[in-house]
Design a protein around this ligand. Sequence first.
Ligand SMILES: C[S@@+](CC[C@H](N)C(=O)[O-])C[C@H]1O[C@@H](n2cnc3c(N)ncnc32)[C@H](O)[C@@H]1O
Length: 253
Amino acid sequence: MPRDRRDFFYKKAKDEGYRSRAAFKLKQINDKFKIIKKGDTVVDLGAAPGGWLQVAKELSGGIVVGVDILDIEAIIGVDVIKGDIRLDKTIEKIKEKIKSDKADVVICDAAPNLSGSWNYDHARSIDLSTYALECARKILKNGGSFAVKVFQGDMFPDFLNKVRRIFGKVQAFSPEASRRQSAEIYVIGKELLTDAVKMNGEYVVTIEDIGASGDGIAKIDDFVVFVKDAQKGEKLNIRIRFIKPHFAFGDRI
Ligand SMILES: C[S@@+](CC[C@H](N)C(=O)[O-])C[C@H]1O[C@@H](n2cnc3c(N)ncnc32)[C@H](O)[C@@H]1O
């Protein structure tokens, strides 16, 4: 009998009507990090056979889109796309499905076919996860959340740093439903940062108003930046010191 058959979460998935044991990994990720909330638009990359999609639909009840190179059998209330997440044309199809809005959450459990060679599989997993990160950056709202599977190895710290540059809060997590001997780990990014401004970036801004706390308010591509000791109408050179999902702080230079 294959090990899967004896596996606790495999049996639990069968009993509870989930298409994969992986469904419990997403439940455990969400119990800890609360990335999917009621009404959220969720995009699942590498979604077949659909266990995560079932859980995402239960948690959000909103628009849920699943993407895979394989067919995904229909799930009520879930849109599916057959496509490769590494291709721009797939990202365009996702954008069509989530209409003009952006997604609140992007989740990715995609995995390359394993060759058995640790270094090679690790590199291909990092490559796929990097595509997922890039896709998340393009389709997530500012402040949105991301969860992605990665096989651990020597390129993992670099990948984690990439996620840290894009999200305000980042943690790695190993759900109980992952097999003990598995090399997989999930990286959770919350609070997608705007790409309108960069940390330590220098900008010329005009102070449009003064906020309640007395800071000057400037806008860079409609993104609000607070500047201390500034007067309304002043044109300034500033450097970005701190970025939150919906505003940033800049200092005059
Ligand atoms: C572990 S399974 C996902 C299981 C899913 N989370 C569930 O609960 O049913 C990984 C999936 O990633 C998909 N995949 C791998 N590379 C992909 C790519 N480049 N584009 C889209 N899907 C991909 C595979 O086809 C496979 O179905």
